[in-house]
Ligand binder design. Structure first.
Ligand SMILES: Cc1cc2nc3c(=O)[nH]c(=O)nc-3n(C[C@H](O)[C@H](O)[C@H](O)COP(=O)(O)OP(=O)(O)OC[C@H]3O[C@@H](n4cnc5c(N)ncnc54)[C@H](O)[C@@H]3O)c2cc1C
Length: 372
């Protein structure tokens, strides 16, 4: 690989260094058209292949089309008492292969942007840039953007899950509907639900997901999946993929506060849902366009008000986990498909908010507001 930088025998210099070529880092790298830049990422896209989902309109498809594995205009939330089915005219619940998305971005890199498959170490920040090493080579960048994941708090609220992708023995029913949350599983250890995306009539992703503070043994998540499949009379012909994930739903501690951070470690994640893809895209689009104008400050894309409301929501979940199913079902039930999509995207209107607030049980929320 040729490195688009000025070089001396000892140190490679570049305008911009991006640490981490995950969602935020490689998206930013792919949008830099005029600056010399290097993005450092030790792993290949295949090393990190998981399913990323988002609510997208027809206009949002350009950069995600080649990575899209499935999209649904209908989605549902189910508990023992009822089913809420949303049918959208505007939004698709869209599932991407992260590996395909990362490959797509890597292919979009301009000749002035290099990808270095190495780990960054020994960072010494200076102004908005600094020096660092990667595989023994020393580098200097005028501007550094750090996307390394921040440290989670062991006792913090998390969304954690195990997913399997299967080929089924018989054709599936209702493949036009994505199941976002099916709560008809063991609730004894915290808020637990099954997430199921039918990619075709014989291919299904099923995730056993918990929202709680404690990570469970792998077999426990699997048991949830098998029980749910049994209940749906779905038989597995073959397991084709497995994925594990832990997403923070609390404020995390960045690796290095002296650096400009991008992506989830900069707070571009909804604390109440763990959805981050759309927020990261929005942050990076704004940042790339600012950089063209000489402004290297990282935009904050989730407002303070939304963060505070999300924190109150999460505090209620921690204080009263038994209310979890009710809160999720009432949130979805209060909104139609378009309102729910806006809510999940952080674009809820005042009317959407009023509907959700009116649907919530008041006392648990007021208690947590006063404890803030
Ligand atoms: C399994 C899983 C599923 C998710 N699903 C969804 C979803 O469906 N929808 C959604 O909106 N969000 C989802 N998220 C949340 C979020 O969108 C993803 O975590 C997303 O990858 C965050 O992007 P990022 O760039 O902030 O971090 P990452 O994508 O994690 O990128 C950080 C990169 O930094 C690299 N790195 C670390 N240390 C160094 C170093 N020293 N030098 C160089 N590179 C380094 C890592 O290898 C990594 O690739 C999911 C998260 C996980 C973990």
């Amino acid at each position: 690989m040729s490195i688009p930088t000025s070089q001396s025998p000892d140190i490679i210099k570049t305008d911009i260094a991006i640490i981490g070529g995950g969602n935020a880092g490689i998206t930013l790298a792919s949008k830099l058209k005029y600056q010399n830049a290097l993005v450092f990422e030790p792993k290949t896209p295949e090393d990190r292949d998981v399913s990323w989902a988002l609510w997208a309109t027809g206009n949002d498809q350009k950069d995600i089309a080649s990575a899209t594995r499935g999209r649904w205009k209908q989605w549902r939330l189910v508990d023992h008492n009822h089913e809420i089915l949303h049918n959208s005219n505007e939004y698709y619940y869209t599932s991407l292969s992260s590996a395909d998305y990362l490959h797509y971005c890597e292919q979009q890199l301009s000749p002035n942007v290099g990808l270095v498959r190495e780990t960054v170490e020994n960072i010494i920040s200076h102004g908005s840039g600094g020096t660092f090493t990667a595989s023994g080579q020393q580098y200097y960048a005028d501007h550094i953007f750090d996307s390394r994941p921040a440290k989670m708090d062991k006792a913090g609220l998390k969304q954690h899950f195990l997913g399997i992708e299967i080929r089924t023995k018989k054709p599936l029913k209702d493949i036009e509907i994505a199941t976002l949350m099916d709560f008809r599983v063991d609730q004894s250890r915290g808020l637990h639900f099954i997430y199921a995306l039918p990619f075709s009539d014989r291919s299904l992703l099923i995730e056993s997901t918990m929202i709680s503070t404690t990570i469970e043994p792998v077999d426990w998540y699997k048991q949830g999946i098998y029980q749910w499949l049994d209940g749906q009379s779905i038989e597995i012909e073959e397991i084709t993929r497995e994925e594990l994930g832990i997403i923070p739903m609390h404020e995390t501690t960045p690796k290095d506060t002296s650096l400009s951070r991008i992506g989830t470690s900069s707070g571009a994640i909804r604390l109440s849902s763990g959805y981050a893809f759309t927020h990261i895209q929005s942050q990076i689009n704004q940042l790339a366009s600012n950089i063209e104008k000489g402004d290297y400050r990282v935009p904050q894309v989730i407002s303070g008000t939304i963060s505070t409301l999300d924190k109150i929501y999460n505090r209620v979940l921690v204080a009263e986990p038994s209310l979890g199913v009710t809160l999720m079902m009432k949130t979805a039930g209060a909104l139609d498909a378009e309102g729910f999509s806006r809510f999940m995207l952080g674009k809820a209107t005042i009317k959407d908010w009023i509907k959700v607030i009116l649907a919530m049980p008041k006392l648990p929320f007021l208690t947590q507001v006063f404890r803030l």
